[in-house]
Design a protein. Structure first.
Length: 885
């Protein structure tokens, strides 16, 4: 066997079958060992896995296999985030039922994942599109509704007129639908909402406890929740205004700038605006224009600031006798604060743009450190930094913070209309989570609308509300709504003819609790509290940073809502979170600027000789690139995230077929820190593949050496053997620590080093005493165990060849002998006349005389001494060497 190459194509399916037959990765809820739950964000069944999945699952798999080896009861499940728009689009484009399309995709992706050799408990597989899953979501919806965690209200939504659906703000890009590209409109719809905003403070505060989350993600969540502490301030309307209202309330976080106020602005959706627009067509037209802008924050922030001057004026709250004009402005949102603001152009950019456009005063009231009060002015850039308040009456001379306090106290003590003029107020950017989608392919919302009784939850005994399969997609809009019979039901309360809710749930609901369902995927209730509380929180959650905000925030909310309804006993679902980087690849373009597939690339040297793809990097000098089919020259573009549109995708199936899954896994883990992007290169994969063969040769050689020396009984190590054992134990220790710290690339580097050391010592074995062989045998065995989480098929093959019993997948992680970790060498700095000139590594405790001899033989010191003897050498053992010349 020793001369044979390792053949992954043959061995990988073999071991996958062995693991499956042995149920190696099935975890029991009754296992008494310490539980460990590792989870990768479950995939959307688009049809094919991509390299990003390979990277994500390879990481999770290393963690899962490592913790199994550490003797824990590991839960490592997999499922499918199976509802969502693409299935409906496939239905429209290809005439396939969304369910059929989705389940086909699941079948093929599952086969792909299996070919990766992942240590997954497939008995727990769930797909969110199956009634066995979503019936529990419907039942929890009913519980949450009863518990006051869900509400129904009118709200303005982004409406995509082509896809005929409501879009989340994130799905509106530059005012257009993310998929259809149609200009988004605004509509008012009655929708279901999770009252996540009631949890804003709690979700914010609990972030501090998530110490195993990336700081970046916690910051993104903090910003998304967006807590603002400020003042609700009343501006009294000047008498004689054409309205019954007496005052306008604004929300401000900068009451310190009140003396710089030059206008008040209402949201186009403010009730007072509506009142005024009722008999002012010009204003009504302005409001209509604003509505066409969409609700997306981005659209509002980037749009030109525009306003409409109403006939109203208000009294300046701090300057006796002064009045301010009242506008309706397109950048004031109704659903934040009070839907009205005061503008201070000198210190807020939006207000400044607005003031310049409408010729309003710009009065600075914050003077930068060291600024000249008589000369300071603001031109096109608002001054938003620290400074001292000036031009501001009783606030003059205060810092911003002190002025905020003073202004707050001042307005709190005054009354308007029987109310305090100012009241402290905290606002959050976080909005309630609208869960209604006007779509077929989602979990039906279990509600029945009765004209007599109102909105009635479907009785639990009637769950699940199952999606009908006989639907058509021949017209735009919600296929569920078009179904001839599905929505017609009798009211569960009065029996009269009633109508089912035809909206379905946002797919973010599906993914907000799947991690809990995995703990008891066949249970007749959504969870089994004892079981879910034992497994959760997920010890290590791994996924893309694109889910840093919504998915994680919704899951954190949903867990709390499940707790409030008795389905779970904890608040935070994910203890450790890791966000991995993307997989990138070079891009290629032809002369027309079209993207070119890498397989189309032909490379030649300057003199026209063709270069094989594998050798491209080794060939030095000028190279030219051509497109095979057209002969056109090709230019190498930037390195980008793999995407179909840029044609720089590498298909995992092809890689597995050519090199095997282990090679792909190894490369994905080895090349970059896991949180950074990794660039897929042919050379890198080749390197990984060569390393696999190298390990296999080392194992074969060790087996040969063992055969040759069967008659030698074990004797103790010589220095060489002991040194090797130290290297091996250090590597076991370090690889374990690196996997625990998710530093996979460093674990890989350790394994490379260990392999080098073992290959070197294999060469020395035959020449030395038997202790060396035994150290080598143990080292190789341990190496295989270290490799096993990353290249599990290769490891099983080696394990079997070495004659080890059982599966390496079941073997316990090698015990590190602490005595072998003690480093018995020290590095001493060498100073010459007080200046550091080098260092020397010696055995710990080496006597000064011996150190001196070594120091004096160093090239650098010989050069400095230039033939002369040193005046003095002072050696502090194990610390430092001082040479005086
Ligand atoms: C006066 C002022 C002066 C403001 C100044 C800022 C700077 P955050 O921190 O995000 O909470 N604002 C209040 N309600 C608004 C609404 N519904 N739509 C648009 N803008 C609104 O922002 C609070 C600030 O945003 C408030 O403080 C208010 O403008 C504005 F030099 O009041 B400020
Ligand atoms: Zn009824």
């Amino acid at each position: 066997m020793s001369g044979e190459r390792y053949n992954p194509r043959e061995m990988e399916p073999k071991w996958q079958q062995v693991w499956a037959d042995a149920q190696s990765f099935v975890s029991s809820n009754d296992d008494p060992r310490e539980p460990y739950y590792v989870l990768e964000m479950f995939p959307y069944p688009s049809g094919r896995i991509h390299m990003g999945h390979v990277r994500n699952y390879a990481m999770g798999d290393v963690v899962a296999r490592y913790h199994r080896a550490k003797g824990k009861n590991v839960l490592h499940p997999m499922g499918w985030d199976a509802f969502g728009l693409p299935a409906e689009n496939a239905a429209i484009e290809r005439g396939l039922n969304p369910g059929v399309w989705t389940r086909q995709n699941i079948t093929s992706m599952k086969a792909q994942l299996k070919s990766m050799g992942l240590a997954i408990d497939w008995t727990r597989e769930i797909a969110t599109c199956e009634p066995e899953y979503y019936q529990h979501q419907q039942s929890m919806f009913i519980d949450m509704l009863a518990a006051g965690l869900i509400t129904r209200k009118k709200s303005k939504v982004n409406w995509d007129p082509v896809d005929m659906t409501v879009l989340a703000n994130e799905q509106v890009i530059d005012g257009k639908g993310w998929r259809s590209g149609a200009v988004v409109e605004q509509r008012e719809l009655t929708q279901w909402f999770f009252k996540i905003s009631d949890f804003a403070e709690e979700l914010l505060e609990a972030l501090d406890g998530l110490t195993e989350w990336p700081e970046k993600v916690r910051t993104m969540q903090r910003n998304w929740i967006g807590k603002s502490e400020g003042l609700r301030l009343r501006f009294e309307l000047v008498p004689g205004n054409a309205t019954a209202a007496r005052s306008i309330e604004v929300f401000t976080t900068r009451p310190d700038t009140i003396f710089g106020a030059s206008f008040v602005a209402l949201s186009p959706d403010h009730p007072l605006t509506a009142e005024l627009a009722a008999n002012n067509p010009e204003l009504a037209e302005f409001v209509a224009e604003c509505r066409r802008m969409g609700t997306a924050t981005e659209a509002i922030e980037t749009a030109e600031k525009r306003g409409y001057r109403t006939a109203l004026s208000v009294k300046h709250p701090a300057v006796e006798g002064a009045v301010l004009p009242v506008y309706v402005a397109n950048f004031v949102l109704m659903d934040y604060g009070s839907g009205a603001i005061f503008g201070c152009p000198a210190h807020d950019q939006r207000d400044l743009d607005f003031a310049r456009k409408y010729d309003l005063p710009v009065l600075p009231v914050v003077l930068p450190q060291g600024g000249d009060a008589s000369a300071f002015s603001v031109a096109d850039i608002a001054y938003t930094d620290a400074g001292t308040i000036f031009n501001s009456g009783f606030l003059d001379g205060l810092s911003i913070e002190d002025a905020k306090k003073a202004a707050t106290a001042h307005f709190a003590a005054r009354q308007i209309d029987g109310h305090p003029q100012g009241e402290v107020e905290v606002n959050y950017r976080l909005r309630d989570w609208g869960l209604s989608r006007q779509r077929y392919w989602g979990a039906p919302i279990p509600i029945i609308h009765c004209e007599v009784c109102g909105t009635i939850p479907v009785p639990k005994k009637d769950l699940p509300v199952v999606l009908p399969t006989d639907v058509t997609f021949d017209r735009p809009g919600n296929a569920l709504d078009h179904h001839p019979t599905w929505k017609h039901v009798n009211c569960p309360q009065c029996g009269a003819a009633a109508r089912r809710e035809t909206d379905t749930m946002d797919t973010f609901v599906d993914s907000s609790w799947y991690f809990a369902r995995f703990t008891a995927p066949q249970a007749e209730t959504p969870t089994i509290p004892d079981v879910v509380n034992r497994w959760l929180p997920v010890d290590q959650y791994i996924g893309g940073v694109e889910h840093a905000i919504l998915h994680l925030l919704y899951s954190r909310f949903f867990t709390r809502a499940m707790k409030a309804t008795g389905h779970i006993g904890l608040d935070e679902p994910f203890k450790g979170l890791f966000t991995q980087g993307m997989v990138t690849h070079e891009t290629y373009k032809n002369a027309d600027g079209d993207w070119v597939d890498p397989s189309e690339l032909r490379v030649v040297t300057e003199d026209g000789t063709a270069i094989a793809a594998d050798d491209v990097r080794e060939v030095v000098g000028m190279k030219r690139y051509f497109q095979a089919s057209t002969g056109q020259p090709i230019s190498i573009g930037s390195v980008e995230k793999m995407s179909k549109s840029k044609k720089n995708v590498v298909d995992p199936d092809e890689i597995v077929a050519t090199y095997g899954a282990d090679t792909a896994r190894w490369f994905m883990l080895s090349d970059s820190p896991p949180e950074r992007d990794v660039q897929w290169t042919e050379a890198g994969v080749e390197g990984a593949s060569r390393f696999q063969q190298r390990i296999w040769r080392l194992v074969s050689e060790t087996i040969e050496l063992t055969k040759q020396s069967l008659d030698i009984v074990h004797v103790s190590d010589d220095d060489e053997g002991l040194a090797l054992r130290k290297i091996v134990h250090r590597a076991v220790h370090n690889v374990g620590a690196d996997i625990e710290g998710l530093r996979f690339n460093r674990a890989v580097a350790q394994i490379y080093e260990l392999t080098n050391a073992l290959v070197r010592s294999a060469g020395l074995v035959s020449a030395g005493p038997a202790g060396r062989l035994s150290a080598l045998q143990q080292g190789v065995e341990y190496l295989i165990q270290l490799v096993a989480p990353m290249m599990p098929h290769l490891a099983e093959t080696c394990w079997e060849a070495l004659g080890k019993p059982g599966l390496v997948a079941d073997a316990l992680w090698p015990e590190v002998d602490p005595a072998l970790l003690v480093d018995d060498s020290v590095t001493l700095p060498i100073q010459v006349n007080g200046k550091r000139r080098g260092e020397i590594t010696v055995a710990k405790g080496m006597p000064a005389a011996e150190v001196e001899k070594l120091v004096l033989s160093l090239d650098e010191i010989v050069r400095i001494l230039d033939g002369k003897a040193p005046k003095k050498i002072v050696i502090v053992p194990d610390r430092i060497v001082n040479v005086v010349v």
